[in-house]
Design a binder for this molecule. Structure first.
Ligand code: MRU
Length: 372
């Protein structure tokens, strides 16, 4: 996607041929900065500190992290150690484990001398495949928006509610939940997006709003607890969200607060879709609430808030009383019964095992590196 008229992906190989460059998402929306990752520890820090975030992007960053590790030390020990280091950075998004397992399996077949080159090539292939996948999700999801436009008599913009950031910043390009919005907008369908701010890290207010602004998509940022009210008053035509891990049965794990939006959508008859690349589906799980590990992050993300001070400089202020305990659960699970459909790169599936299996018969029994 374009930033100030220039095309960017979220991750790419630097001109030196080995460093990996990423957009520093902790600085957005107030500054656009590129960071260079030069070794596996820097890649791990970038993932755990959320310089890069979003399930597909942390998968790609993990793959490049292994490449950086192999460039410095291609031994078996370094391969195992860097795989473990990167895997421990964020537990919920399955794309990270998927990417690390796939690249490491490929590298274990090779002699150490061949590993670095092969790892860089595998990471680049994964990044390219992610772009294709997200474009396809955009195409399939845009039909839902076009249908909503037709249903409302084409008389007004389609109102879409989204949570967190599932845009191009969360992937290598295009995004998952925002890809259909970009495709529909580019096709001339009038659209307006309600952007949940997404406490505590405000990925909606800072990242989704910034992306939509860059692309010229009309939008309004709302506090996290507004969506239910809007739905009661017919102001939301459909919800589109991303996912960090979706079970084989269609339970959707996504940023904390997604479940509450799905409940409100269900109560108000608003269609609720999750946009899910096949490598976000964990075919080994059938009960998302019980089985998906939920990341708990630093409590300061809840007790403090950061932004630009009135003097225009970055500032962090405390919100809660000193001494009040805080809890910071980063994700929740929306049960399949609340999910109208799952938008995949192969089309819109019901949120149910049989339907997902039909879309991805070759993955349902195990996993392959790239679906198409
Ligand atoms: O904690 P984050 O910012 O990595 O969480 C991201 C989300 O929850 C996204 O909605 C999810 O990764 C799907 S995005 C393609």
């Amino acid at each position: 996607m374009k930033v100030d008229g220039r095309l960017y992906r979220t991750i790419w190989l630097a001109e030196d041929g080995y460093s990996v460059e990423v957009i520093d998402q902790t600085k957005l929306p107030h500054a656009f900065e590129i960071v260079s990752l030069r070794n596996v520890q820097e890649a791990a820090n970038a993932i755990s500190g959320m310089t890069v975030r979003g399930a597909p992007l942390i998968g790609a960053a993990g793959a490049y992290g292994l490449a950086l590790a192999m460039k410095d030390d291609p031994s078996d020990g370094a391969l195992d150690g860097s795989h473990a280091l990167l895997l421990a950075t964020r537990p919920t998004a399955v794309n990270l484990a998927w990417a690390l397992d796939a690249v490491a399996a490929e590298l274990r077949q090779l002699t150490p001398a061949l590993r670095a080159g092969a790892a860089y090539r595998a990471a680049a292939r994964m990044a390219d495949a992610d772009v294709e996948t997200c474009q396809a999700i955009g195409k399939h999801g845009a039909r839902l928006i076009a249908d909503a436009h037709a249903t409302n008599g084409s008389s007004r913009p389609v109102n879409v509610l989204t949570h967190c950031n599932a845009g191009w910043l969360a992937t290598v390009d295009w995004g998952t939940a925002l890809a259909p919005i970009y495709v529909a907008h580019d096709a001339g369908i009038p659209i307006h997006v309600w952007v949940d701010e997404t406490r505590p890290r405000n990925q909606g207010a800072s990242l989704t709003a910034w992306e939509l602004l860059q692309h010229g998509v009309p939008h309004t940022v709302i506090a996290d607890n507004v969506g239910g009210h809007l739905m009661q008053h017919g102001r939301v035509d459909l919800c589109l969200v991303g996912s960090d891990r979706t079970t084989a049965t269609g339970d959707v794990c996504n940023k904390i607060g997604t479940y509450l939006k799905a409940l409100a959508a269900h109560d108000n008859g608003v269609p609720f879709y999750a946009c899910v690349p096949s490598n976000t589906i964990d075919w080994s799980l059938s009960d998302g609430v019980q089985e998906i590990p939920i990341e708990q992050r630093d409590g300061r993300e809840v007790s403090e808030i950061s932004g630009l001070g009135l003097d225009g400089k970055p500032a962090t202020v405390r919100l809660t009383p000193m001494g009040s305990p805080v809890a910071n659960y980063a994700f929740d699970v929306t049960p399949a019964r609340l999910v109208t459909g799952i938008v995949t790169e192969r089309g819109v599936s019901a949120a149910a095992r049989a339907a997902l299996q039909q879309f991805f018969p070759e993955l349902a029994g195990g996993s392959v590196l790239f679906a198409s």
